[in-house]
Every structure is written in structure tokens, then in C-alpha cells.
Design a protein around this ligand. Structure first.
Ligand code: FAD
Length: 127
């Protein structure tokens, strides 16, 4: 079989955004290294605010992109991977979610933040 040269990607910081990015990139195409200055990944996953551990918001994309400034910059990326896509991805790695009364999206009540972090780490290890 012909060797395919993989593109090397260095991700600086191992927070939520980096873990999701690394988990979504195809290991057949990319060789990914995550550089985290602390001794463990995703520590902020483990601190939820007063309202609980919200993962995204369920509103329509048209309104959703306007939460970001400048929205024109972020809109194409969010349209490619939307709040709904995130929920589907989380489901595929075993994290079921629900929409709260605030329309924010949470992991099911029995799922703790550490389990969400572990699910990401397991995906990365598999890859
Ligand atoms: C109390 C509290 C509650 C929160 N609750 C929620 C919530 O419920 N839902 C939510 O979506 N958000 C919540 N947040 C916000 C949350 O922190 C962010 O959504 C999330 O962590 C952002 O992820 P990130 O990957 O962009 O950044 P971070 O999580 O900040 O990750 C950045 C990573 O990069 C590392 N780093 C930085 N500089 C370097 C460097 N030079 N070299 C190597 N590594 C480096 C850091 O150590 C860190 O691990 C909360 C924040 C706080 C403080």
C-alpha cells in the first residue's frame, strides 16, 4: 500500500476547543500533537458555573452566530460544524445531552464533567 504523507499539526493548549479539534481531525490525514503547559488536559472542563455544565446552546444558527463578534468571521465555521453537529458528535462518543429551559445544552444529569472529559480523551487515545 502506498504511504500517504500526513500533515503534522501542533495544537497549543489542551482545553475543550483543542480536544474537540484534535478528536475531529482524521488520523489517516493528520499527525496531531497537543502541547499543554499543565500536567493534565482539559482542567477547565471540571469547573462548571452556577448554572451547571453547559456544552452549547440550542438556538437556531441564524441567532446563534450573532452571539459571536464579529459574527461574519465565525459564521462559516459554525455553519460547517453547528451546535446540532456538536450534540450529534457528543452522542457518538457516549455523551447524551438535553436542552434546558434556558435553551442551553447540558449533558444528561447523571453525566459528570469528568466523564465528558474522559470521553474526549478516550477518543484521542483510540486515534
Ligand atoms: C467557573 C467556570 C465555569 C465555566 N462553565 C462553563 C460551562 O458550563 N460551559 C462552557 O462552555 N464554558 C464554561 N466556562 C468557560 C470555559 O472555561 C471555556 O468554555 C472553555 O474552557 C474554553 O476552552 P478553550 O479550549 O478555548 O480554553 P481553555 O479551556 O482555557 O484551554 C486553554 C488551554 O491552553 C493551555 N495553555 C495556555 N497557554 C499555553 C501555552 N503557551 N502552552 C501550552 N499550553 C497553554 C491552558 O493551560 C489550557 O489548558 C467556565 C469557566 C469558568 C471559569
Amino acid at each position: 500500500m502506498k504511504d500517504v504523507k500526513k500533515l503534522k499539526i501542533s495544537v497549543i493548549g489542551g482545553g475543550a476547543s483543542s480536544l474537540l479539534l484534535a478528536a475531529l481531525l482524521k488520523p489517516t490525514k493528520f499527525e496531531i500533537s497537543i502541547f499543554e503547559k499543565n500536567s493534565a488536559l482539559g482542567r477547565k472542563f471540571l469547573v462548571a458555573g452556577d448554572g451547571g455544565f453547559n456544552l452549547t446552546h440550542s438556538e437556531e444558527i441564524k441567532e446563534f452566530v450573532n452571539r459571536y463578534h464579529p459574527s461574519k468571521f465565525i459564521a462559516p465555521s459554525i455553519k460547517k460544524f453547528s451546535n446540532e453537529d456538536l450534540r450529534n458528535y457528543l452522542k457518538s462518543i457516549g455523551i447524551e445531552t438535553y436542552v434546558g429551559s434556558s435553551k442551553r445544552v447540558f449533558p444528561l444529569k447523571e453525566i459528570k464533567p469528568i466523564q465528558v472529559l474522559n470521553a474526549f480523551e478516550n477518543e484521542l487515545k483510540k486515534k
